[in-house]
Write a protein that binds this ligand. Structure first.
Ligand code: AMP
Length: 221
């Protein structure tokens, strides 16, 4: 794979591993990792007006309104997208997908590929409910597949590990329902534009990463 300039979106249901794969691709391709979820959590932690409004939706597993998320994504793309980008968790509605196309056309950097990560629902629930996140540095763990060396403490910085409010059982059910209803239709939007590639993401992260790398290699020549 060429080392610079990939312009892609990682698509798929909550828990499928978009964040994990985005971090791996960023390391190998040097592109900006743009996660609207991370940006919203940061704004909420800082207590900005937008962040506090967003938090009430996020804690319930609802989508944050399009206009808020579109403004955030455009801002980050404008600042960081020139060296290539990996969108993670955006777009999540057809309205967002259209706004993204327009913004990228204006910036003359259209999407090359949308990678649609797929895994069975029981695997998504297992991954989400076992996820723990360091409150200090944001590092992700999983109680079964990636446990910390000392229970409850981050290997990287020693910070406390916590469960995201939206990884609790009721919010997980809600997020999967919202995905089916509002986000899955985005698949058709991209399939119609011939940029969609499906990838089986039910296996371990390194295996999924190898599939994505080979796909990117074939697309970018
Ligand atoms: P994530 O970290 O991508 O799972 O996002 C966590 C939460 O942030 C989601 O459940 C939504 O509440 C909100 N969020 C993130 N990205 C978007 C988006 N593109 N559209 C609407 N809400 C979003």
């Amino acid at each position: 794979m060429a080392k610079n300039g990939v312009r892609m979106a990682l698509f798929g249901p909550p828990g499928v591993g978009k964040g994990t794969q985005a971090a791996l691709i960023r390391e190998s391709a040097g592109a900006a990792h743009i996660s609207t979820g991370d940006a919203l959590r940061k704004a909420a932690a800082e207590g900005t007006a937008v962040g506090l409004k967003a938090k009430s939706y996020m804690d319930r597993g609802e989508l944050v309104p399009d206009e808020i998320v579109i403004a955030i994504a455009k801002d980050i793309l404008g600042r960081e997208g020139r060296r290539g980008f990996i969108l993670d968790g955006f777009p999540r509605t057809v309205v967002q997908a259209r706004a993204l196309d327009e913004a990228l056309a204006q910036l003359a950097m259209p999407l090359q590929v949308v990678v649609n990560l797929q895994a069975p629902e029981e695997e998504l629930v297992r991954r989400l409910s076992g996820r723990r996140v360091c409150v200090k540095c944001g590092e992700n763990y999983h109680l079964e597949s990636k446990p910390p060396t000392a229970a409850g403490a981050c290997d990287a910085c020693g910070g406390e590990l916590a469960q995201r409010d939206d990884d609790k059982p009721e919010a997980i059910r809600n997020r999967l329902g919202v995905y089916r209803e509002k986000t899955a239709p985005v698949i058709d939007y991209y399939a119609d534009r011939s940029v969609l590639r499906n990838v089986d993401a039910s296996g371990p992260a390194d295996q999924v990463f190898r599939k994505i790398e080979s796909l990117l290699g074939s697309i970018r020549g």
